[in-house]
Design a protein around this ligand. Structure first.
Ligand code: NZQ
Ligand code: ZN
Length: 392
């Protein structure tokens, strides 16, 4: 295990009937003039918007709305939000929705006190030191943004999708009521499941040795996701299954699973450019990329892939042929994704081979001097293209 410094400051208020606490929680965290930020209308159709609004007004708060966040949230709306917050002297942002809404709220939050252009934070030219307090009412179990220090924004100009990871954007609180997820279309439920599973995979595949506790924690989260995925798809109003999936989504990405180890995250960086390129749903893009990333890198640490196959997918170990066991584990993940309706090929999500080089070029590199991304295995552009070819 390597040294770590772990603090996740987000207060989580979890369970049925928790939305009426929103107003009081905003007050407790110092808010008086609140921007309610949301997406394309799902919260109006399922009653979440009314519940939140009622609670905020009952607490005597001033409320300003800004809807219209699109999946793969756009920089243009972030800029609009910053302007609106300044005009209305907003002191608190409540994101009501999924990862896209929350990430847009975080971007507005760091943009308001900054004199320059908020995109600077996403290109790494500046580092935010202040953020308006941001809180969330989560309506989809997926991105984990409700307890993460990340915000991922797409620049409409050039379609670059870029993450910002910084402590000041952790939400101050997040309300997680699993009943809000009953209205999700199956496809969105499945995209969320695909994404949260990969958040664990990205941390599980590490080169750091002696990480037994976090290995087993990762395995528990992955197995719980698998066990409950079918249940929520077969019965979208199964509260217990929705609750398991919702909590998995947060635990997969609040970085407890990443303590004492180094995660990989190359698949995420590759997928972000698929989303930026073709507006692909993030989870669907990951479902295509990750099994192929695994096929490309498994020889790098065969034992870890055997462990994944045996412990997560209950594959019987072939002692004489560990490679076979590892490949069966990768196939089991592929089959799991297919069973929940996720795509398996780039063709299915509208990405063609002629664009592979351009996508590889755009992928954010962790080491810009060497042009590499990932940690489990360092990938350069030609490796990314090979992974995309496996996925075509
Ligand atoms: O826009 P509305 O009408 O709200 O509809 C949304 C949207 O169309 C719909 N939806 C959400 N809750 C619903 C609902 N429909 C019916 N009933 C409900 N209860 O679902 C669609 C997808 O929403 P979105 O917010 O885009 O989903 P998700 O939570 O998967 O977020 C994806 C974004 O998060 C980023 C991704 O890159 C992507 O842009 N990520 C953010 C991370 C972070 N900040 O830590 C980490 C992730 O790895 C990820 O990169
Ligand atoms: Zn993700």
């Amino acid at each position: 295990m390597i040294n770590f410094d772990y603090q996740n400051p987000t207060r989580v208020v979890f369970g049925k009937g928790t939305i009426p606490q929103a107003g009081q929680l905003v007050k407790e965290h110092g808010g008086s003039r609140v921007l309610v930020h949301f997406g394309g209308g799902s919260i109006k159709a399922n009653g979440v918007y009314d519940g939140v609004k009622k609670s905020l007004l009952a607490a005597g708060l001033e409320v300003v709305d800004l809807g219209g966040v699109k999946p793969n949230p756009r920089l243009s709306l972030v800029r609009e939000g910053i302007k609106l917050c300044r005009e209305k002297k907003i002191d608190f942002i409540l994101a009501v929705g999924g990862g896209s809404v929350i990430d847009s709220a975080k971007a507005i939050g760091v943009g308001v006190p900054y004199e320059g252009d908020v995109w600077d934070f996403y290109t790494g030219t500046a580092v935010p030191t202040k953020c308006l307090p941001v809180a969330t009412v989560l309506t989809i179990a997926a991105a984990g943004s409700e307890t993460s220090w990340s915000s991922v924004i797409t620049n409409d100009d050039g379609a670059y999708k870029r993450p910002l990871d910084v402590k000041v954007i952790y939400p101050v609180f997040s309300i997680l009521d699993p009943e809000t997820t009953y209205s999700l279309p199956d496809y969105q439920t499945a995209c969320g499941i695909a994404d949260m599973f990969v958040h664990v995979v990205e941390r599980y595949f590490t080169t750091v040795k002696n990480v037994e506790l976090t290995d087993r924690f990762c395995e528990a989260v992955m197995k719980t996701i698998i066990n409950n995925a079918r249940r929520v798809l077969d019965n979208p109003k199964d509260y217990d299954a929705r609750a398991e999936i919702m909590w998995c989504g947060s635990l997969a990405h609040n970085n407890l699973a990443g303590t004492g180890r180094v995660g990989d995250f190359a698949s995420h960086m590759i997928e972000h450019e698929l989303s930026g390129f073709n507006d692909v749903a993030h989870g669907a893009g990951l479902a295509v990329i990750v099994p192929n990333w695994m096929k490309y890198v498994y020889k790098h640490d065969l034992a870890r892939f055997v462990q994944f196959a045996v412990r997560v997918f209950n594959i019987e170990e072939n002692f004489h042929n560990p490679e076979e066991t590892a490949l069966l584990g990768i196939k089991a993940l592929r089959d799991f994704y297919t069973s929940i309706g996720m795509p398996a090929t780039l063709k299915e999500i509208g990405i063609e081979e002629k664009d592979f080089n351009a996508i590889a070029e755009k992928v954010k590199k962790f080491d810009t001097a060497k042009g590499t991304v990932g940690n489990f295995k360092l990938l350069v552009n030609s490796d990314i293209v090979e992974i995309l070819k496996l996925a075509k």
